[in-house]
Design a protein around this ligand. Sequence first.
Ligand code: UDP
Length: 246
Amino acid sequence: MSTQEERKNLEMLYEGKAKKIFRTENPEQVLVYFKDDATAFNAQKKGSVADKGAMNNAISTLIYQHLDKQGVPNHFIEQLNEREQLVQKVDIIPLEMVVRNYVAGSMAQRLGLEEGAKSPHTIFDLCYKKDELGDPLINDHHAVLLGAATYEELEELYQITDRINEILKELFLRADLILADFKIEFGKTSDGKIILADEISPDTCRLWDRETGKKLDKDRFRRDLGDVSEAYHEVHDRLVKALKTA
Ligand code: UDP
């Protein structure tokens, strides 16, 4: 099961931009394979980043293990090897929960603000997960209209998301990184429980060096800043160190 050879016999359920999902012999579990492929701007920009799959697999594993210790319900089961992890099978809720601690990215553009200022409060943006529409920004009422979640479920999602933000901000600060913003997704288990799902990595977080403000995330790829692979390695190494000294 854990070797690449055996994986070749597994049926691929889905291929995304940065990952492939395979069926396993257990109907409640799927295998996630992390690719080096990178896309941005709704796949208009495409490329590859050396070691990105291995780094994101390792980084996401460290983060999920940490969140699990803090009691956050999540899909992570175990890392199998450099590129693969085993997770609980869920139906992904078609919503992206974006959390912003600093002004950056699409919000800076949309509101005509300069990137880099700290927000006095946590900002939550809800997006509808729909590639054809470019994952548009929506509000709670739209989410309910779309049948993506009920008002009660949204309440629960915001609460868990807020808690995850507090845990991650603190973890990244220990690694001398500012968590400027990030995106998470949730899924529903076969018995209807809502749990955190999908990767958490420099592909899904904006991470800035605490001292210099240097970007150590996917913006290096999006904006052609160079040293993309080095940035992912750096985040990984800092997290390992931060978690060791915890
Ligand atoms: N993000 C993501 N997947 C998406 C869109 C955004 O992981 O499809 C992350 C992104 O890396 C950043 C945060 O969510 O950490 C906020 O992204 P933003 O809305 O500013 O969009 P972007 O500038 O990435 O287009």
